[in-house]
Design a protein around this ligand. Structure first.
Ligand SMILES: Cc1cc2nc3c(=O)[nH]c(=O)nc-3n(C[C@H](O)[C@H](O)[C@H](O)COP(=O)(O)OP(=O)(O)OC[C@H]3O[C@@H](n4cnc5c(N)ncnc54)[C@H](O)[C@@H]3O)c2cc1C
Length: 289
């Protein structure tokens, strides 16, 4: 591996300035579980790593007036142990448990996962179904955007060249929303998802489904929501037939590919089954409230 310089700035603005100054020669480093592997094979002209894991705004998990704030440099291990995540967003905890192995979870960050923007990123579905927002820092300061807009395509986010992902925010109204996450890989551990899926919904006082959300990974160029499947169940009384109808609609909203891990057809079957199971479990959790 080629040698490189390393710097750990103390603020987002300092990090942004370094990225602007060094252009293509600089890369952002968080846990390094993706980046260092990439640099071993395609170092290109990278000569400086800008470590964001010591910047206070990128760290920590806290409850704010608006909801839950998760610093982009929060590691999976931290999320899995954190009392607020376990209480308010158990499916983000569940998704974190499925990432890689212990070593990956002790180094890898939720922000790094979102920025890599691979279609199978395991953090994405459970954040999408909770309507997460992200904060982005750039030369003109910070801006916020829905996570759905952050994902653009395979390995492409809406981050401009010198921008950084600061944190992820779950709105207060969605803390504790009944939700379920599932991942299916070729093995139980250390496997990328053939499909990952999450659902979240409320039941109103008459038992009808409100604010349903369904999200899928590894079946489209980026992690996606399934608005047509959500519309199938919104405002209706849950039944097995209805949830299966929504799962069938979700199949029409994804565009899986054939690759060496699975055929597109197999992935479509996984979408059908996993969407149904995520919805069913979310309804069960909501019914027990
Ligand atoms: C053995 C192994 C198993 C894995 N298993 C899984 C798995 O099961 N599921 C899964 O989803 N992923 C998996 N991964 C991928 C990886 O671990 C995750 O995507 C991880 O969350 C990346 O986070 P990181 O902190 O290590 O990112 P890094 O490697 O440090 O960075 C990743 C990319 O994001 C950029 N970046 C990081 N933070 C920021 C920021 N705040 N702002 C702007 N850019 C930033 C970096 O420049 C780089 O381009 C695995 C990786 C390995 C090596």
């Amino acid at each position: 591996m080629r040698p490189f310089d390393y710097v750990a700035p103390a603020s987002a603005q300092e990090a942004v300035a370094l990225l602007a100054e060094h252009g293509d020669h600089a890369k952002v480093l968080a846990g390094g579980t993706d980046l260092i592997v990439d640099l071993k094979h395609h170092a290109g002209n990278v000569s400086l790593l800008v470590d964001v894991t010591e910047i206070p705004e990128f760290l920590g998990i806290e409850e704010t007036d608006e909801g839950l704030r998760i610093g982009s440099a929060a590691k999976y291990g931290e999320i899995m142990e954190h009392a607020l995540c376990r209480e308010y967003t158990p499916e983000i905890v569940a998704a974190s448990h499925t990432v890689g192995a212990v070593q990956t979870r002790n180094l890898g960050t939720i922000g790094g996962n979102l920025v890599t923007c691979v279609p199978s990123a395991d953090s994405a579905p459970s954040l999408l179904v909770l309507d997460a927002d992200v904060t982005v820092a750039g030369t003109d300061g910070n801006r916020r955007m829905p996570l759905t807009d952050f994902f653009v395509g395979p390995r492409k986010t809406s981050l401009a060249p010198h921008e950084l992902l600061v944190d992820i925010r779950i709105p207060k109204a969605n803390l504790g929303k009944p939700s379920h996450f599932l991942k299916f890989g070729l093995r139980k551990g250390q496997a990328l998802a053939l499909v990952n899926a999450a659902a979240a919904l409320w039941l109103d006082d008459k038992g009808a489904i409100t604010e349903p959300r369904i999200a899928l990974g590894a079946v489209a160029p980026k992690p996606v929501r399934c608005p047509k499947a959500e519309a199938v169940i919104a405002g209706k009384q849950p039944s097995d037939e209805l949830l299966k109808e929504a799962a069938e609609m979700a199949v029409t909203e994804c565009k899986p590919i054939d690759d060496f891990r699975a055929s597109a057809n197999y992935r479509r079957q996984l979408v059908r089954t996993m969407t149904y199971r995520c919805l069913k479990r979310s309804v069960e959790i909501a019914s027990q409230r």
